[in-house]
Structure formats: structure tokens, C-alpha cells
Write a protein that binds this ligand. Sequence first.
Ligand code: SAH
Length: 464
Amino acid sequence: MQHFPIFLNLRGRRVVLSGGGECALAKLRLILKSEAEVVVYADAPVTELEDWAQGGKLTLVRRPMNRGDAKGAALFYAANDDPTEDARVAAIADAEGVLVNVVDNLRDSQFITPAIVDRDPVTVAIGTEGAAPVLARAIKADLEARLPVQLGTLARIGKAFRKAADALPMGRKRRDFWRDYYFAEGPRAIEQGEDEVTPALKALLDRHLAADARVGHVDFVGAGPGDPELLTLKARKALDEADVIIHDRLIAPEILELARREAVLVEAGKEGFGPSVSQDDINAMIVAEAQQGHQVVRLKSGDPTVFGRLDEEIDACDAAAISWRVVPGITAASAAVAAVGQSLTKRDRNSSVRLLTGHDMKGFAEHDWKALARPGEVAAIYMGKKTARFVQGRLLMHGADPATPVSVVENASRADQRVLACTLGELEPTLSDAALAGPALILFGLAPRRAELIARDFDRMEQA
Ligand code: SAH
């Protein structure tokens, strides 16, 4: 992020602009939305500018901008539509220590003015660092259509009511109140007329004050395989409402980004054989947070019911009489088969599919291996990178065809997804040689449907 977005308080500050043509007008339309004292230097201003000056919207000085004119200003705009003149005035303003914007000249500007969606006091600023003005315009148009026109009014009335709402304890209770206002009570009231909004707010506050202190709750949420777009709407909502998010190390940063800004993020490092917080400590942490009245999201990769130690955590909640709910997610096996263009089950091939963990194969009896070794069987093996050789050996020993296809999908659904395709006979050392760094799922019995689904850097991986 080269340009850091901020909202500048311009009330009573001076903003100086040099230029008197169309280019200046366009910028001024935006600047005049603020409460700044605007001073424009132009020796030949267009009529509209004269009108604005007459109407008291700005101060017009009929001469080119000169040394001393920008001193003490908050911002300076060079908008002459003339590169030589722009460079001259920009140099003056810069020397006077003022932040400079040269209109339509990103390189020589110290700041940029974003595209704005104005629902004052709600303002959305959109910037693309100059990379894609088309995109900024499209996002703006989209938001303009989506944000109700009365949003600004609701926010203004709400702002005046903030002090009264401070009677509610900070945190969850106060947030609930404001959510009810903005998304339910407020829009309803404003339809009856602006005057109805404040009384509705008062009644809403009374109801919230009367409500019992909120008790904690735990949502066990599946975060999916990594692509944030594979989150369910329910998962997104839970992330929006969480006070505390206790997450696995596997969760992609883009997903954690979606958490409510005030939410506390706790990493419960559980990943393969790395250093980890013990399961008992995680259980205790979940319970302790909920007992403090927090809305807890226990965020697990994929689906929480697949190799997620979910039951232990639910038991801990039950033992402490804490309410909970499971929000399912897309498991890695689903993302992995999607990546190779295959189905987990297929008519006349396999009518059942096994989800196995490589982490603990001791419980896997001899007859299970035998069943899995039969032609057409399909298994999705989680956490299997380290035990691939063992699995390969057992299956071959029980008569599996060495030519059985195997696909390994690393980072399924993520931008760095890679597919390794081989046979059971080649699984090791192919897998070890590839030295995959990310989470990987082994699809036993499935080959990628098309060669192009295999990552191009497969060769490089093999040589690595
Ligand atoms: N509950 C999770 C699985 C947790 S076990 C789920 O439903 O997906 C962790 C294992 O899941 C990893 O070792 C890996 O085998 C698999 N895994 C998780 N995310 C993955 C991804 N994006 N791509 C491939 N495998 C993944």
C-alpha cells in the first residue's frame, strides 16, 4: 500500500487550488463537500467559478498563484491543465511545506484524492493507487446503488444519540443495539419520517437496557480450504459478530482479514507435528472466553467435523453449560477433487469414499487396507505427507495395483494451488522429492481429469 488512506479534518483549514478551468472545477466540486476554507488562484476563471465565489463558497484571487500563497494551508491542488504551470506552483507549495496534489499526475503528487461515495457522515473512499480508475468507478457505482440514500441521515441521528447509548455497557451489548438501529429499527422508523427516528431510538435503547446481560456462546465454524470465497455466508456472519476468534494455524490470512476489527484473534497453533497448544488448553480457552460473556468463534480449516477434534471441544462446552453451534465448511477433500476435475464418488466406480488421516493410521485394521486396495476405491488422505510411504507399502502389500492413480493437491483452492499426479507405485519418492511446503491432500484412486490441471511447475517440484 503506497498510499495510506486517512480522513482529514478540514474544518476551518485552508485548501489552496491553482487553476480556473474545467479541471479546477471538477476538483473543487469534491473539495467543496468538505468544511475547508477554499482559496482559488486563477487569472482567467470560468463563470461558474465566479458564481461560486460570489455565493461565498470560496475565495477567488484573480492572479496566478505565487510564493507565500500556500503557506499554512492543509492541502494544495495544482489544477491548471498546463504541466509547466502545474510544476511551477507545485514547487512553490512544496517549498512552503504543504501536501501537494497535481491533478492527473500521480507521479508528482504527494497525495491522491480517492473516488468518494458520499452518505455524509458515512463516506466511502476508493483508491486503486492510480492502477485502475475503471475499477474505482465500477466499485463506486456499485456502492452508490447498494447504500440506501437515507444512510447518511440515519448515521447523523445516530451520532447525536451516541451519548445516550453509552448507558449500555461497552462491547457486545452496545454493538447489538447499534446493529438493531442501523439494520432494523432505523430504516423502519425513517420510512415514517425523519422525526420518528429519535423516538424509535429511545424505545430501542430502553428495550436493550432491560434485556438480560448476554451470555457467551461458541460457534464452531468451518473456514473452508483457504479461498475466502469458499466461506459460507453463515461463517462470514459469525466472523462479523465474534468478540474472540480462536483459529488454527492453517487459516489463510485473507480469511482472518474478514473478522470484525475489534475481535481478538488467538492462534491455537495446531498443525501437523509443529509446536502446538495442547488440546486441553484450547478447550479451556474456549470455555473461559465464553464464560466472560464473549461471542466466541472457534475457526477451523475446512469443515470442523473432519479431523478437527471437534467433539472434545463440544464436550468441554457442554460440561460448562455453554451454548454452541456448528457451522459447516468446505472440507479439503472437496476442494482437492474440484482442483483435479473429478468426483469423490462416481457411478460404477466407487459408491463410497473414505476420509483418512495420515496422522494416526494405527487404528486402521488389516481388513480396511484390503478393502481399500480393491480396484476403483477412492480415499482422501488428510495429513498424509509424512505417512505416504507407509500407506503406499500397506496398500501394495494388500494387493493394490501399483498403477492406481494418485493425485496430491497442495494448497487446494488457494492462489498457490499445485497438483502432483503419479501412481501408487511412484507415490514415494515422488511426494518427498516434491518437498511440498503447504497443506496437501492425497487423493488415492483419482487422476487429474486433464493434463493441464497439473501445475506447470510440476517438473520443477520434482527436481526440487
Ligand atoms: N478440518 C479440515 C482438515 C483438518 S486436518 C478440513 O475439513 O479440511 C489438516 C489437513 O487438511 C492438512 O494436513 C491437509 O491434509 C488438509 N488440508 C487442509 N487444507 C488444505 C488445502 N487447502 N489443500 C490441501 N489440503 C488441505
